[in-house]
Design a protein around this ligand. Structure first.
Ligand code: DGY
Length: 317
């Protein structure tokens, strides 16, 4: 029997793969600090964590018997993978099971930002809808527009499938040219052509502030930017300025540079839809993600090599 730290409560359906092991769970529902995780990690064999838990080199240094960390997220920028690999700790994530749910939300943001749903609903709730105006709340059409996907992994492709139903022209840019229809080799070219830009890249040193002042200036003044990937991919200060000045038409954001803090310029920006990182937040998908994470932990503890290991080199040949 191994000891497994669960940094937050998981749905009962997700616990069956680790039945029989000793589970260590925080008593309160409050997220753990990094120091608390480090303390609890001292004598566990596995950790199932959330994207808000930072599994740093210092945490790993405390965890002498740790074999595996599974984050209940597809993004794993919360973990120091290099340090884990050096320590011989497998790192697992939850790819695949959240693609459609996240793509649904990206598409919701495309529609909501393009058609000014937040501004118009806010006015209605605040009593600001006093008369119907022919020129009120004019947005941009989504149907027939050109969608530029930055990142063309599973989630980007799921957004592309939805765009077909709206008769959109779909372009994509990926780190390595895909050779597929709609591939634009230079990101700057895609930004110049797209009416809607939707971000689907992981956060890495190369993608931090990928969308900065210079790149925002390449976009059409009628364009809409949607981010369901990771906040730091966009320079929020630059985005706030572009929205304020009308240099960019609208934005739909689910992720932020310093969650849960949202840049005050974005909070005040017009034509901006802001959501609290809910891309994968459906009952079914969150349960599937948690179950994928616990299954990976069980497999590593049983001597296996789960396919959703991001550093398979820890298993040797
Ligand atoms: C992820 O999985 O990385 C999403 O951001 C949250 O589900």
């Amino acid at each position: 029997m191994a000891r497994i730290l669960l940094t937050s409560r998981l749905p009962d359906d997700a616990l069956s793969p680790i039945v029989g092991h000793e589970l260590v769970m925080p008593s309160s529902g409050v997220p753990l600090t990094t120091d608390e995780v480090a303390d609890l990690a001292r004598d566990v064999d596995a950790i199932v964590c959330q994207l808000t838990d930072r599994i740093t080199e210092a945490v790993l240094a405390c965890a002498s018997r740790l074999a595996v960390v599974a984050t209940v997220s597809v993004g794993y920028d919360n973990l120091d993978v290099e340090a884990a690999t050096r320590a011989g700790v497998a790192v697992c994530n939850t790819p695949g099971v959240l693609d459609d749910t996240t793509a649904d939300l990206a598409f919701a943001l495309i529609l909501a930002a393009s058609r000014l749903l937040s501004d118009s609903e806010r006015d209605l709730r605040n009593g600001g809808w006093t008369d119907w105006r022919f020129d009120g709340y004019l947005g941009q059409d989504v149907h027939g527009a050109t969608l530029g996907l930055v990142g063309y992994g599973r989630i980007g492709r799921a957004v592309a499938r939805r765009a077909e139903g709206f008769s959109m022209r779909v372009l994509h840019h990926a780190r390595r040219p895909t050779g597929l229809q709609g591939c634009v080799v230079e990101l700057d070219d895609l930004l110049r052509q797209a009416d809607v830009v939707s971000l689907h890249v992981p956060l890495t040193p190369e993608t931090r502030h990928l969308i900065d002042t210079r790149r925002l200036a390449l976009m059409k003044p009628t364009a809409v930017l949607v981010n369901t990937a990771r906040g730091p991919v966009v320079d929020e200060e630059a985005l706030g300025a572009a929205l304020e000045s009308g240099r960019l038409f609208a934005a739909g954001l689910d992720v932020y540079e310093h969650e849960p803090t949202v840049h005050p310029r974005l909070l005040a920006a017009p034509r901006t839809v802001l959501l609290p990182h809910i891309g994968s937040a459906s009952f079914a998908t969150r349960t599937a993600m948690a179950r994928l994470a616990t299954s990976a932990v069980a497999e590593v503890l049983a001597g296996g090599r789960p396919p959703n290991t991001v550093n398979p080199e820890v298993f040797g040949d």
